[in-house]
Ligand binder design. Structure first.
Ligand code: ATR
Length: 297
């Protein structure tokens, strides 16, 4: 199934891609907002590189129009789409079938339209694949996860599939952390998820080998996340699942503390790659995509 890709410099010499023909299949992303999404770049770059006759478009879908958009996309013969904020949970009841990952996480980020509408979730895969690509030894030992919103669900689901010994789940609203721990209890027989309030002084910074930020705090210029990076072990890895043009405020802070740090760009690419395989049965040229995005950064 895997095709070899033409060299990079050949790609840049291609003429502007034709927007489509009678055989072109439609992919896309539903979001509100959606204009900032890098997914169209990732997918269209990959489709062009592999010479696949699909186009991937961003669709600004308001929450009140989600069902209509879904039906419209289906009627137009679309192959599949990604869902981003705020649609991931809302799509769940409209699916004819859920993948085990989507059912466990309680959210859909990839829809595949065949005879039936199948809801998948590739975020947990993306989180772990990116982590293991850069730091194959991780996760190990104890992990501290900051935030218990929608994004934390995929991270927790992924971590529960690893050998990490404890997952401290710290959230400003402690009740949300407790609710998530209860939600995942059926998949957590050893009760590794330990909900905590986000009280900086009381978190077990010294004990963990991986710190994961799932909050979006700090990205839009708000107050930075309350963290005590100076208390982390020198070999602790800091993983922020959001991404920014020059890393994130947290990854930059971690680097100033001489800690290893990674942002969510790899996760974004790996979750996209899993969706791409589902829709096209081809492997995304991950290394070329990464190089392309880093060049544009
Ligand atoms: P997402 O789907 O991106 O995870 P979300 O469900 O709204 O979005 O969750 C946002 C997360 O960031 C939550 O864990 C939230 O904490 P609360 O549950 O207490 O709201 C966290 N967050 C947002 N603003 C924060 C702040 N100022 N300080 C600490 N945590 C914050």
């Amino acid at each position: 199934m895997v095709r070899t890709s033409p060299p990079q410099d050949e790609v840049s010499q291609w003429p502007l891609p034709c927007l489509g023909s009678g055989t072109t299949r439609l992919l896309g992303i539903f979001g509100d907002p959606v204009a900032h999404s890098l997914s169209p770049v990732i997918h269209n770059f990959s489709l062009n590189l592999l010479g696949l006759d699909y186009r991937y478009l961003p669709f600004h879908v308001a929450p009140s129009r989600l069902y209509d958009a879904l039906q419209g996309f289906r009627i137009l013969g679309g192959t599949g789409f990604n869902a981003t904020v705020p649609h991931k949970e809302a799509l769940l009841p409209w699916m004819d079938e859920l993948s085990p990952a989507a059912a466990r996480i309680g959210a859909v980020n990839t829809v595949h339209l065949q005879d039936r509408m199948i809801g998948h979730n590739t975020d947990a895969h993306g989180f772990l694949a990116a982590l293991r690509e850069e730091y194959p030894q991780h996760p190990t030992g104890k992990v501290l996860v900051l935030g218990a919103g929608g994004a934390a669900r995929s991270v927790l689901s992924a971590l529960l599939d690893t050998d990490c010994s404890a997952i401290f789940l710290a959230n400003r609203t402690e009740q949300r952390a407790m609710d998530l721990a209860r939600f995942f209890a059926p998949f957590d027989p050893d009760r590794r998820i330990k909900p905590l309030p986000l009280a900086v002084d009381q978190l077990p910074w010294e004990e963990v080998s991986l710190l994961v930020n799932t909050t979006s705090l700090g990205l839009k210029g708000e107050a930075t996340l309350p963290v005590a990076l100076h208390r982390l072990a020198p070999d602790c890895l800091v993983y922020d699942i959001v991404y920014g043009p020059q890393g994130t405020p947290l990854t930059r802070l971690a680097s100033r503390h001489n800690l290893h740090a990674m942002d969510g760009l790899g996760m974004l690419i790996h979750q996209a790659a899993a969706a791409f395989s589902l829709w096209t049965q081809h492997e995304m040229p991950i290394a070329a995509v990464k190089a392309h995005l880093l060049r544009a950064r």
